[in-house]
Design a protein around this ligand. Sequence first.
Ligand code: GDG
Length: 464
Amino acid sequence: MSRLIVISNRVADLNKNVQSGGLAVALADSLRKRGGVWMGWDGETRADAGERPPSVKQIGDVTTVTIPLTREDYEEYYLGFANSVLWPLFHYRLDLVNFESAFLEGYRRVNKRFADVLVNYVEPDDIIWVHDYHLIPLATELRKRGCKNRIGYFLHIPFPPPDILSAVPDHKWLADSLLSYDLVGFQTQTDLGNFLRYAEEHVGIHPHPDGSLRFRNRMVRADAFPIGIDTDAFAAIAAQYADEVQIDAMRRSLLDRQQIIGVDRLDYSKGLPDRMKCFSRLLELYPEHMKRVSFLQIAPPTREDVDAYADIRQELESLSGAINGRFADFNWTPIRYIHRSVPRDKLAALYRVSRVGLVTPLRDGMNLVAKEYVAAQNPDDPGVLVLSKFAGAAEELTDALIVNPYDIDAMAEAVHQALMMPLEERRRRHAALFDRIKRRDALAWQRSFLSTLESLTATDADAA
Ligand code: GDG
């Protein structure tokens, strides 16, 4: 079996499995089995970042290699091109794209630095797996440095329709960069379809029915690999209630109250303001839920140095304040909004004691919270998942209540239906959902991606 080289913007701590998500666990598992290297940014900014040697750690057969960035790199590559151009663009939010040519230069510069460092750790038979929108040009840079290995790429976020992608300068360069991989993986059939349509309409390539494309005399394979979670492990953590969560749940049960839960990084793609409006609408349409149902939204901060994130934070604080001001009573707080991170075991327990999981992104690559909510439920008395049709997870989790996150009245109706759903229907839906996330878990995801990559013949491309 070939060694595996993983490259992602950040590297997970391989010694901390319990607190990290399914992705880190799945990647760490295959790295341990095959041996290999995980490379990424160490999260630090330093003036001499370009000259410093990487920090290298050995854990069994796995080497982690991390490098710092300069302040300029951080602003242009991370905050700039990755999070102010690609993130909004790929989430269909052209209105939030802030394109500056310095951002693109910074993005190229950091990808070159990653390639300069990485080539020192690659052996001829290794397979290379590059992750996410921060590192799209990495294969081209590695090829330029003589790397002939099989290189796969997985995009964790959506891939937009051709018309949206073509609104940014250099979209052709982005597509060429993706086409320099041997395998390009997407979360959903929708994303795959958008990519193949772009290749056809803007590059003039006609994809084969199996998703292979001939580009500059070599074959590229594109396919959908929906990511999963570590289902069994997460279900087991959820079953061990954290004490304080259990006490809170018992108090609610004595008062015959239900809880709705939302868990998201505080990001404009997650549809949080509309979700709060939906809860307010629920109370207007169905006043019987007044004092009976509360909404717990956990929204830890993220990318606070990008302006669009400060705006959404302000909007949410004012919305939750207004809704609580309007509906609260001395012994009932309608919305509890927590703007900080909660430990993973407590999160699992909170999912389990919540009758409704409200997952309503405006656009999402997959959305692991939807899968975690299902995994955490008690199969004998499960809660109901209300899921946006624009989350990648909706392609698989068809037994959830699927909603349009832009239609606030319809979302409120779906939440009401979830709160009133008879036990038998809850069980039936949950069993179907659980079966799906168990079969397609994080391990199955990485196995299927890596076996497809290994089945491809190594590239014979000369340095581009
Ligand atoms: C990207 C794509 C795709 C959240 N709050 C807390 C916390 N979390 C954890 C959740 C979940 C993870 O963060 C979020 O994952 P998502 O998939 O929902 O969303 P993104 O962060 O946007 O991830 C997405 C994913 O990549 C994987 O490919 O599904 O579409 O956007 O695991 O539980 N964890 C803890 N405390 C919190 O307060 N411990």
